[in-house]
Design a protein. Structure first.
Length: 148
């Protein structure tokens, strides 16, 4: 069902396989495999695919069947909801990883800055100590020259 629905909706929107693939950030061969029924998109791609084709994941997965009763859902609609939930969960997980990476990079940058500041302060301190030692050495050398 997905393969037929995808092909019909893509053609109805006037997209080529390549155009649709570019919009979804996949290669054209991936769209071709979906349309031939050789593979299926993951949950996140299914949601993005439905958005690009202005439909629902449930409509892509199967025919729109009229509900038997007011509260029942078709299998396709249930799969569509599950796909949407998985896509949301994946987006949250990616966002958490991005935040964690940002915190880690910031921590590393602060540590590097502290190391550089310590190095500069130590270098300044040793330069001052060398100048002080030279100033003390000059009068001692002059005193030894005068006593000889």
């Amino acid at each position: 069902m997905l393969s037929e629905n995808l092909k019909n909706l893509r053609k109805a929107k006037g997209f080529s396989q390549e155009e649709l693939a570019a919009r979804l950030h996949v290669v054209r061969q991936t769209v071709s495999k979906w349309e031939k029924g050789r593979s299926v998109p993951d949950a996140e791609l299914l949601v993005r695919l439905a958005e690009e084709l202005d439909t629902t994941p449930a409509a892509l997965l199967g025919p729109e069947l009229p509900p038997e009763t007011e509260g029942s859902s078709t299998t396709a609609e249930q799969l569509g909801r599950i796909a949407e939930q998985l896509a949301v969960k994946n987006r949250r997980a990616r966002r958490i990883w991005k935040i964690a990476a940002g915190v880690l990079i910031a921590f590393a940058a602060v540590n590097l800055l502290l190391i550089l500041l310590n190095f500069a302060a130590f270098r300044s301190f040793t330069t001052e100590a060398e100048i002080t030692a030279e100033n003390q050495a000059v009068p001692a050398a002059e005193a030894s020259i005068q006593t000889s």
